[in-house]
Design a binder for this molecule. Structure first.
Ligand code: DP6
Length: 421
């Protein structure tokens, strides 16, 4: 009998979104608890296009905690995983399934081990905040499995200890991470400013920029900035507090021009802080700069802000348009300057919501070839096109927060073997 009851495996599966900061988090005041030096604000991206799915399993037959990312086993020894696991174990509830003869007492979770399998629906190496979606999903699925009765805000404070930006992925729509001031970090958590239906017209286009270079990780980059940049102090104390208030108001009123002005300014200041770091950190490359120029030139030509841009710790551009019409004009411009390299297919060059592509009138590679320079392009100087400098585009929008996936087919771990399917 004892042998039989040792065989059970209990599982939970969740899906969690990534997010893109429009007011950036850069710099910690506590490295271990991951407490930031300023508030930040992000948009949660549609999980249909950019998300992590995670299955967590527990069984008395598991001998140690193990994790697989996109099918490959990775070490779970890192302090950040351990911090999240410890926080969740200490909040676990009793669990009972009489039919299956499973009973786990609160204290019992300390003795049990987990198998965790996670999968991103976008390339991890593309530098698209995969750790944010990953830790949000890990914490959300483990909280479900372990019967943790905490509100989302407290779960966000746990996810924060995995990766700072992960705390903002616990909610959909527009999210603020309040830096808090308690030493324990309990008040350093995410709050939802508005859900994903609040500003439905916004369209987000991510340009995944080809890059050969391995960038400095956010973690070490921001540590070096805190140690060596004087601009970062001014940013955290003076600039961000007032920008946060203005950004909250812009979001509340769906004021695109204010939203776009603040988003671009904050991205540029974050990269200025990186340049002010010693030695300087360069996250953007020539392609990123060309994308900024394209947007700035267009905005100036129209005399109103058409599109906002923002860049994280890498060369990828995230472009935000106020509606589908502007998004399709943006996509035409992007495809004019950055057509696919040889051997690409249109279908794998523009991913996500492909209706924007249709609205832009682009149905084949020939249509891209035939695109004309936009009206704001400099007269007389023939426009240069940079084929192959962008790996692909993803058209998306603001989306919902994490959710539990109930159907067995979504599980990434086999309920028979306890190993990835
Ligand atoms: C530039 O959350 O990846 O994307 O807390 O050290 O894990 P750690 O860093 P991480 O940093 C994200 C930095 C950023 C800006 C942002 O998302 O706010």
């Amino acid at each position: 009998m004892a042998g039989e009851s040792q065989k059970w495996i209990l599982m939970a599966t969740a899906r969690a979104p990534t997010n893109i900061a429009v007011i950036k988090y850069w710099g910690k005041r506590d490295e271990n608890l991951i407490l930031p030096i300023n508030d930040s604000i992000s948009i949660t991206l549609d999980p249909d296009h950019l998300s992590a799915t995670t299955t967590v399993a527990v069984s008395p037959s598991f001998e140690k905690d193990r994790m697989w990312l996109n099918g490959k086993e990775i070490p779970l020894s890192g302090g950040r995983y351990q911090n999240c696991l410890r926080e969740l174990r200490s909040r676990a509830g009793d669990f009972e399934d009489e039919k299956r003869g499973i009973q786990i007492k609160k204290e019992g979770w300390n003795k049990l081990h987990f198998h965790i399998a996670s999968y991103n629906n976008f390339p991890t190496a593309a530098g698209l905040a995969s750790s944010a979606a990953g830790f949000a999903c890990l914490v959300f699925s483990l909280a479900k499995l372990m019967n943790v009765k905490e509100e989302l805000g407290q779960l966000s404070a746990i996810a924060r200890q995995g990766s700072g930006s992960a705390c903002r992925s616990l909610y959909g729509g527009f999210v603020k991470w309040t830096m808090g001031n308690e030493m324990s970090g309990r008040d350093s958590k995410a709050v939802q400013l508005a859900n994903e239906t609040h500003w439905e017209d916004l369209i987000i286009i991510v340009a995944v920029v080809s890059s050969r270079q391995k960038e400095t990780s956010s973690t070490s980059g921001m540590r070096e900035s805190v140690e060596t940049s004087s601009l970062i102090q001014h940013r955290a104390k003076v600039v961000v507090p007032s920008r946060i208030l203005q950004m909250e108001e812009a979001i509340r009123n769906r004021n695109f021009s204010s939203f776009a002005r603040l988003t671009c300014a904050d991205s540029n200041q974050f990269h200025a802080v990186c340049l002010d770091t010693s030695p300087p950190i360069f996250y953007m490359n020539d392609t990123s700069h060309r994308i900024i120029n394209l947007v700035e030139r267009w905005n100036r030509h129209e005399e109103t802000l058409q599109v906002a841009y923002t860049f994280d710790a890498g060369p990828n551009a995230v472009l935000i348009a106020p509606n589908r019409k502007v998004a399709s004009s943006l996509l035409q411009r992007l495809l004019f300057y950055f057509p696919p390299g040889p051997d690409y297919e249109l279908n794998s060059y523009v991913l996500g919501d492909k209706t924007i592509l249709q609205e832009a009138g682009i149905e084949s590679l020939n249509h891209i070839e035939a695109l004309k320079p936009p009206p704001e392009a400099k007269d007389k100087v023939p426009s240069q096109r940079f084929a192959g400098d962008v790996s692909y585009f993803i058209c998306t929008r603001s989306g919902k927060g994490p959710e539990i996936l109930m159907e067995e087919e979504h599980a990434l771990i086999s309920s028979q073997t306890g190993l990835p399917k």
